[in-house]
Write a protein that binds this ligand. Structure first.
Ligand SMILES: Nc1ncnc2c1ncn2[C@@H]1O[C@H](COP(=O)(O)OP(=O)(O)OP(=O)(O)O)[C@@H](O)[C@H]1O
Ligand SMILES: [Mg+2]
Length: 439
């Protein structure tokens, strides 16, 4: 029950706030007006009907007190029109039930009051003509059929009150709508700023609005500053270390090249080359893509270029399914690096590599699949950690790297407000890596 209600609830804060505002107001208004109008109606109807009943009993009294039938009829003919009654002496004296329409609530009151105050009433009929009240009355001269205007016994509908009520409700709702919108705008702005920062696009933001929203905005700005400082520190430290390591390595390489060429020096030169590769890895990880600006890029061209380069390098890479066209805000150099990382992994483990992409309104999804061994489900998170090499020991001949490729790729995805997903390739059987970028 509750969960069903949850689906019916509007999802936006705006809708919810409007609901919270409107539901109680409308309910209170409905209950109060129905109760009030109903009671007011009943009382007015009772009062009006009572006064008509007094007139009728005066009329019957005059007739009853008349010395003769002729006199009684003469008095009736004189008094009844003056009082606004239409009267006839019906020939057939059949009497029936009291009748009224089921919705005629005031009619119920009319009947009850007439029955209470006029014991000589035999039948009341409100149905045949809603504008009239007709009744059969016992008099000394026989049954009398008496007709009164309905307007004399019950009040007309309070249309004005209802119209006024609805109009003011609509007006107040509109005004509340405007106020609410102004209050919610700072929250939307904060959400936009946070989302943009998540995609690595720091936009200008100034805390505004209500106290609480302002506090959240200020907290966000502090956090953003702290994260930016940390990234800067990390970059500086890692690039500093890498840079400082390069100089002694270069000296080492020079020294080794002066030695006679034999197996030992060759192995040592290989080690030096490995270390240089490691340092290059550190450097590119540390640099991240902080320096590059996002720009409108056609993903199709980007992927064609990457695949083309790979093919020219003699790698077994093919272009797979592509879906959608258009341009996306992204950092082309970083994304190219990310896709190249995935391809370099895939060609190391598989002999068929397929690159594809799907562009929808919300995201760009670039996939790289291979027919290699894949990564077991429980190791996928670990594989994306920096410096993680899962089976380097088992496959030394596969030319294991530093273990930064997936970490860098994941970093790039996150800096675009997206993520890196690893799964099993359905048709190739190896790893499927999806680089998702939010549009
Ligand atoms: N396509 C793949 N098939 C099977 N295993 C993979 C695949 N891609 C990555 N892995 C596993 O995940 C680990 C981490 O990959 P990652 O790209 O981060 O590092 P690396 O390739 O070893 O080194 P680097 O990319 O820095 O040169 C790899 O060592 C490998 O064990
Ligand atoms: Mg790699």
């Amino acid at each position: 029950m509750l969960s069903k209600l949850k689906y019916l609830m509007p999802r936006s804060l705006y809708g919810r706030a409007a609901l919270i505002l409107i539901v109680p107001v409308v309910t209170i208004q409905l209950v109060v007006s129905i109760a009030f109008i109903q009671r007011h109606f009943e009382r007015v109807t009772r009062q009006m009907t009572t006064s008509v009943a007094i007139e009728i009993s005066y009329l019957t009294l005059q007739m009853d007190n008349a010395p003769s039938v002729a006199e009684a009829r003469a008095r009736l003919a004189e008094i009844a029109p003056a009082m606004g009654f239409e009267t006839t002496f019906p020939s057939d004296k059949t009497e029936g039930e009291d009748v009224r329409s089921a919705f005629d609530l005031a009619g119920k009151e009319v009947i009850a009051t007439l029955r209470e105050t006029l014991p000589e009433v035999r039948q009341i009929e409100l149905l045949s003509n809603p504008q009239r009240v007709e009744m059969l009355i016992d008099t000394a001269q026989g049954p009398l059929w008496l007709v009164v205007d309905r307007g004399r016994v019950s009040a007309s509908n309070p249309h004005q009150l209802l119209v006024l009520m609805i109009l003011t409700s609509v007006l107040m709702t509109l005004i509340a709508y405007g106020f609410l919108r102004n209050q919610l705008r700072p929250i939307t702005k904060l959400a936009d700023a946070a989302a943009a920062f998540g995609k690595g696009q720091p936009i200008r933001y100034r805390p505004r609005g209500a106290l609480e929203v302002r506090a959240a905005g200020k907290a966000f700005l502090d956090m953003r500053g702290r994260i930016e400082r940390q990234i800067e520190q990390r970059t500086m430290m890692l690039s500093g270390i890498s840079h400082d390591l390069r100089t002694p390595l270069t000296r080492l390489r020079l020294g080794l090249s002066l030695l006679p060429e034999d197996e030992e020096t060759e192995a040592l030169l290989g080690d030096v080359a490995d270390m240089e590769r490691l340092i290059d890895g550190f450097l590119s990880f540390a640099r991240g893509d902080a320096v590059e600006e996002a720009e409108l890029t056609n993903p199709q061209e980007l992927i064609n270029r990457v695949v083309g380069n790979a093919v020219r390098a003699g790698l077994p890479v093919t272009l797979g399914a592509t879906l959608g066209a258009g341009e996306v805000m992204l950092r082309p150099v970083s994304v190219t690096r990310a896709v190249e990382n995935l391809i370099s992994n895939a060609v190391r483990f598989g002999s068929i590599v397929r690159v594809g992409y799907a562009l929808t309104g919300r995201s760009l999804r670039i996939s790289v699949e291979d027919n290699g061994s894949g990564i077991a489900e429980n190791l996928r998170d670990e594989a994306m950690q920096p410096f993680a090499r899962l089976d380097a020991a088992r496959n030394p001949n596969k030319g294991g790297g530093v273990g930064l490729g997936l970490a860098i790729t994941q970093d790039i995805a996150r800096n675009h407000g997206g993520k890196l997903l690893l799964s099993r390739s359905e048709d190739l059987g190896g790893l499927r890596a999806d680089l998702v970028i939010a549009c």
